[in-house]
Design a protein around this ligand. Structure first.
Ligand SMILES: [Zn+2]
Length: 162
């Protein structure tokens, strides 16, 4: 796996993983690489030197967005220790996500699919401030962010992904 820093024609920068260096070119030619911020298909590499994926480095961002352990390349015997460390950190990360998830459920009111509407009402102070959670489509979430309403995705529990 190779990670490229990419940039769209609206100057949005983001990282994406590719199986190999030619995979980027193929997907780019077929217009399959789009900017996650503005859906532009005019995406180019931001820097020329890709960083190779290393399994002993903790990957950032939400665990549900990361590739599963199944796609990791075979490692030489001397790298067994970093793998064990990664597993430990991974377990700790799962617990953190579980705690965060529980905290969110505990401290918010579920408004279901009325979330975009309720979030706007709270943002405009028509109702008293209260933390809420609910469902929104990617489009609705983007619209809320565009309006300056700070929303966050609720992390998915590791157990729920199977
Ligand atoms: Zn963009």
């Amino acid at each position: 796996m190779i990670r490229y820093s990419l940039i769209c024609d609206n100057a949005h920068e983001f990282d994406s993983w590719f199986a190999n260096s030619s995979a980027f070119d193929e997907q780019s030619e077929r217009g399959l690489i789009v900017c996650p911020f503005c859906d532009s298909a005019h995406v180019t590499k931001a820097i020329m030197s890709p960083r190779l994926a290393r399994t002993d480095v903790v990957r950032p961002a939400l665990p549900s967005l990361q590739p599963s352990a199944g796609d990791e390349a075979p490692k030489p015997a001397e790298e067994k220790r970093p793998v064990a460390l990664f597993d430990e950190k991974h377990a700790a990360l799962r617990n953190m996500v579980r705690e965060l998830h529980a905290k969110i459920i505990e401290t918010t009111v579920d408004v279901g699919s009325r979330f975009p509407e309720e979030a706007r009402r709270i943002h405009e102070s028509e109702t008293p401030q209260q933390p809420i959670r609910g469902q929104a489509t990617a489009e609705e979430a983007r619209a809320l962010l565009d309006e300056g309403i700070g929303i966050l995705p609720v992390p998915t529990l590791p157990d729920e992904r199977n």
